[in-house]
Design a protein around this ligand. Structure first.
Ligand code: FAD
Length: 542
């Protein structure tokens, strides 16, 4: 099979035009093209008057060798890579050492699924509830202002991204095509097939819920086991006379003990009590950079018009997204993050007395507002004091936001006009904030570090030069956006084991090895492979 990349066609081309374009590009008759399969479809909207679709296609041809010779100097014509997934091994029959996976987010799910597919019958421990019950609890905060600390946007089956936009792309390097395996498993679990081809796939919240259930059924059918309401509160670690440390098992909040010498730690970035536990038990952790800021909302129609011009509203293009970055005079970088076209801002705290924002959308992305985090990168130099100091900073900001919002889980909000003018907001304009259970107009700068406020004040007008209206006076910012990534890294070696605790496999976003659903899933696969290799006693792949 051959892969042809960068094939440009006009938006809204007729279906047969793709085949014709391939034949014309390669200069071959139709009889030579035996099969055509779209591998990826993106778009180029740099010129709003002439938006194009860009295809990558896999082709089966009558004489591929001859064509490859003819196009040897053409970087866009190559053999299709072999992206099939190959397991690193399988458990021998009767294999009794069951690995434990802590956390049923995308990382834990993929780790659990792969371990189950390899015959290791994993035990998956999840502090939260099954996804349907968790959905009710999460809506409880949004509709009634009632937070369930163990069942919310961050905790429960499906992990942090379950109530999200379901964006499924990532910029990670993925030479082994693990991302493809993640997407294929998602399709098997009910995601639309198009996620395999469109360049920026998303699935929205409702489908994620169904997929997570379907993946659970698969894991259980392969001998895996889920235990919900099972918060890990301690790690049982044996220390040999030479100081070598090795996992023996985990303890749960109800006092139960599960013996296991291979434990995947996929707890996400909000498991602050678990990070405390790691520090207490001497597992190697260190502070890592993350970002803080606010969530901003604009009318989606404004973003569509700016990005797509007369093509705004085109069904193939869908709701427009954006990605912005500005390098500030004070040395900080401000960037947009987790942009949700046609979505809503959501209350994303897992701890009482704290307010955190994030964003989500449905598959249709049909809500009135576009939202995105506007955040500033910060480093451990900004929060000295050890591995857990970033969490302390997050907590302080989230508490301040809770109080500024009125102390009942409403979020503090400010219009961009007031924020730029340095005065508190007392009302709002045309842009109606979507955050539930509501917002309180106030002064966001009052509780954010000055360098963050200054950087965002500089960045917004710069963003307005790229997206006209971005700094419109009635655009709304809500806060705080603190859970952009983990403030902690739980370091592991090349073999996947924790640097100082054999048998503990730190993984996913919480350990600092992923950011987003797809990359967390990819890390889950890599970690399952590391666990399997270790259990089978085989060398790591070169
Ligand atoms: P998590 O998903 O955080 O899962 C960790 C799991 O571990 C949780 O279920 C938790 O309950 C469990 N756990 C924690 N501690 C313990 C313990 N001690 N014992 C037992 N269980 C424990 N990413 C995207 O790519 N696209 C998006 O559109 C997107 N939108 C988002 C929207 C929202 C509202 C949020 C909150 C996040 C969004 N993200 C998005 C980020 C994405 O969800 C995360 O990057 C991803 O979920 C990380 O996966 P993970 O498995 O590493 O951790």
């Amino acid at each position: 099979m051959l892969r042809l990349t960068e094939l440009k066609l006009p938006l809204d081309h007729a279906p047969e035009a793709l085949r014709e374009a391939v034949l014309a590009r390669l200069g071959i008759p139709g009889s030579d093209l035996l099969d055509l399969h779209v591998f990826r479809r993106g778009y180029d909207a740099r010129r709003k008057s002439a938006i194009h679709l860009i295809y990558t296609v896999d082709l089966t041809l009558r004489d591929e060798a001859a064509l490859l010779r003819r196009f040897a100097a053409d970087p866009h014509v190559n053999p299709s890579p072999d992206m099939r997934y190959r397991f690193v091994g399988h458990a021998p029959s009767g294999f009794a050492r069951r690995p434990v996976v802590i956390g049923a987010g995308p990382c834990g799910l993929l780790a659990g699924l792969l371990l189950a597919q390899m015959g290791f019958r994993p035990i998956i421990l999840e502090r939260g509830k099954v996804v349907r019950e968790r959905t009710k609890d999460t809506w409880g905060l949004w509709r009634r202002g009632v937070l369930h600390p163990e069942s919310n946007v961050q905790f429960g089956e499906g992990g942090a991204g379950t109530f999200s936009d379901g964006k499924l792309y990532s910029q990670i390097k993925d030479p082994q095509h693990h991302g493809r395996k993640v997407l294929e498993e998602f399709v098997r679990a009910g995601a639309p097939e198009e996620i395999l081809t469109v360049s920026k796939p998303h699935i929205g919240t409702f489908r994620l819920v169904t997929m997570v259930e379907s993946m659970r059924e698969t894991i259980e059918s392969l001998g895996g086991e889920y235990r919900f309401g099972s918060r890990v509160t301690d790690l049982l670690i044996d220390t040999a006379p030479d100081g070598t440390r090795a996992m023996r098992g985990v303890m749960l909040a109800d006092g139960g003990v599960i013996e296991a010498d291979h434990v995947v730690l996929a707890v996400g970035h909000s498991a602050r009590d678990t990070f405390d536990l790691l520090a207490r038990r001497g597992v190697y952790i260190e502070a890592k950079p993350f970002s803080i800021g606010f969530r901003i909302e604009h009318p989606q129609g404004m973003i569509d018009r700016c990005r797509f011009g007369d093509f705004a509203g085109n069904r193939t293009l869908g709701a427009a997204d954006y990605k912005l970055v500005h390098h500030c005079g004070n040395g900080r970088s401000v960037y947009s993050f987790c942009m949700c076209p046609g979505g809503t801002v959501v209350a994303a705290t897992s701890e009482p007395g704290r307010v955190v924002t994030n964003g989500m959308s449905q598959y249709s992305r049909a809500e009135r507002n576009a939202n995105a985090a506007i955040v500033v990168g910060i480093t451990p130099d900004d929060y000295p004091g050890g591995p857990l100091a970033g969490i302390d900073l997050q907590r302080r900001l989230e508490e301040a936001a809770f109080h500024a919002g009125g102390g009942d889980y409403r979020a503090p909000a400010q219009t961009v006009g007031d924020f730029l003018a340095g005065r508190p907001s007392t009302g709002l304009g045309e842009v109606i904030p979507s955050y539930k259970p509501g917002v309180t107009p106030t002064d966001l700068a009052a509780f954010m570090p000055d360098y963050v406020t200054a950087a965002i004040r500089e960045a917004l007008p710069a963003f307005d030069r790229q997206i006209r209206g971005y700094a419109r006076p009635d655009a709304v910012m809500t806060g705080v956006e603190t859970r952009t990534s983990s403030p902690v890294r739980v370091k592991r070696g090349a073999d996947g084991h924790s640097l100082n605790t054999r048998g503990l496999f730190p993984a996913g976003e919480g350990a600092g090895y992923a950011g987003g659903i797809l990359s967390a899933g990819v890390d889950g696969i890599k970690t399952a492979e590391a666990v399997a290799r270790s259990l089978l006693g085989v060398e790591a792949a070169p």
